[in-house]
Design a protein around this ligand. Structure first.
Ligand code: HEM
Length: 441
């Protein structure tokens, strides 16, 4: 078997011992960079297993994960980012509240105004009501209308690369493209993007990381307070002066009976759109270009046959899922395979493992752009909580890669690369990606 990981080389799979999963949850860099041999062992030897570090059962086989996702009434999303983080945030808030400082109190009051179970963390029937209110804002038809402006942004970013390279691709392209797309769609100034990025980084640092210090927690709460303050003012403004932007559509979204979203729901949703949407798309763009820089034959193929770019993006999603897995909580005792799951237990569903499950995908570790999917990959989840922004993320990646292939030749990884990964087993992303290239024009 070949697993493509690490430092740009195709390597033979390391023979991971089953206990190696401890290294993944201890956030060791090589395990985070390439968790796939570990997942493979888990699928084979212990497909549903309790892992103390994350206080959860870990589920690694495709069919088990899909079975769980088909039953949102049994497997709740209330703690979608896991029990450890939920507990740490609760304890941290209590500690900060006890500190009794004026500014902290203001921050907590503000954070409370935006706290609601929404989309990612809500369950049916509430979830369905919320989803019905927003899904029209992100349909494929709507995304098609945005494609022209996505392309213009991608072209402007590539044109800003130094003509003789190298460029650090994550900060020069993979971060600003999705951020400017969503800022434009929401109708908020691109000048505010630095704040969006800071908020987004502060929100996500604790996901899949379970080493949350007081400083990080405080930064996260402060950022949440600023975020809610910023968007509350914008929502009020759009309710008074509606425009033709996403923010106005969301602020005025109505069910047939006239019901709208509450302010905390709206703020929570904007938070997810901004954070869930950007961080993940950034990671997808970086992995896609990293693959092309390592596999120049593939880059040439996609230049000759651009209709394969769409399939290439699907394969990058499958092989390097930016969200490696998310949590559910069993509301009653149940069994998965041979394992009894007591009521109240948390489960980490390893989407990235399911995506390489040989029972479902032939040649599971190979990138095959013309692959047809009899069953979908799980990079965007499955069922009730299937990613709201999947069409947008796919369009950004397809258009971004097309522009890069049109404007840059001879793309290679630069020697400057350190190939370090974000310190998380949930969010899978390269911290930086240095590239050399030759402009085509
Ligand atoms: C490559 C990019 C992306 C990846 C890999 C990704 C991944 C995911 C995954 C795995 C889920 C399922 C959550 C679960 O099972 O509990 C999800 C849900 C969600 N995503 Fe994305 N996402 C991406 C882009 C976006 C974008 C661009 C947006 C912005 C509109 C977005 C907004 C959301 C929201 C709001 C949900 C919650 C949906 C619900 O619970 O009904 N995502 N995403």
């Amino acid at each position: 078997m070949i697993v493509s990981c690490r430092k740009g080389l195709m390597m033979s799979a390391v023979d991971a011992s089953f206990e190696d999963h401890g290294r993944l949850f201890a956030l060791e860099q090589d395990a985070i960079a390439c968790p796939y041999p570990i997942f493979e062992k888990m699928r084979r030897d212990a497909p549903v297993v309790w892992v103390e570090e994350i206080e959860s059962f870990v589920v690694t086989r495709y069919e088990d994960i899909v079975e769980v996702l088909r039953q949102p009434e049994v497997f709740s999303s209330a703690m979608a980012t896991g029990p450890v983080l939920a507990r740490q945030v609760g304890e941290g808030i209590a500690a900060l509240a006890a500190a009794d400082k004026d500014d902290i109190e203001r921050v907590l009051r503000r954070v409370d105004r935006g706290r609601a179970k929404v989309l990612l963390s809500s369950d049916p029937p509430l979830h369905r009501r919320q989803r019905n209110l927003v899904s029209r804002a992100f349909t494929q038809r709507r995304v098609r209308e945005w494609e022209g402006s996505i392309r213009s942004m991608a072209e402007a970013l590539v044109d800003g690369f130094p003509s003789d390279g190298p460029v650090e691709f994550v900060s020069a392209f993979a971060v600003p493209l999705p951020l400017s797309v969503i800022a434009d769609r929401l109708g908020v100034p691109r000048d505010d993007m630095a704040d969006f990025k800071r908020w987004s980084d502060d929100f996500t640092v604790a996901i899949g990381s379970h080493h949350l210090g007081t400083d990080e927690l405080q930064a996260m709460l402060l950022s949440q307070a600023e975020f809610f303050e910023y968007f509350e003012a914008k929502v009020e403004d759009r309710r008074r002066n509606p425009g033709d932007d996403l923010l106005s559509h969301l602020a005025d979204a109505r069910l047939p009976d006239g019901e709208t979203l509450s302010l905390p729901e709206l703020l929570g949703m904007l938070n997810q759109i901004l954070v869930a949407g950007n961080e993940t798309t950034t990671k997808l763009l970086a992995f896609a270009v990293w693959r092309l820089a390592r596999d120049r034959e593939m880059a040439e193929r996609l230049r000759r046959e651009p209709e394969l770019i769409e399939g290439f993006v699907e394969e990058v999603l499958r092989l390097e899922a930016p969200v490696q897995g998310l949590y559910r909580q069993a509301v009653r005792e149940c069994t998965i395979g041979d394992t009894t799951i007591p009521a109240g237990s948390a489960l980490w569903l390893a989407y990235a493992s399911a995506n390489r499950d040989g029972r479902v995908f032939t040649g599971p570790d190979e990138l095959i752009p013309e692959r047809t999917f009899a069953q979908p990959h799980l990079a965007f989840g499955f069922g009730e909580h299937f990613c709201l922004g999947a069409a947008l993320a796919r369009a950004e990646a397809r258009i971004g890669i097309s522009v890069i292939l049109e404007r840059l030749a001879d793309i290679r990884p630069d020697v400057l690369n350190t190939f370090t990964y974000e310190s998380s087993y949930v969010l899978h992303g390269l911290r930086e990606l240095w590239l050399t290239y030759r402009p085509t024009a």
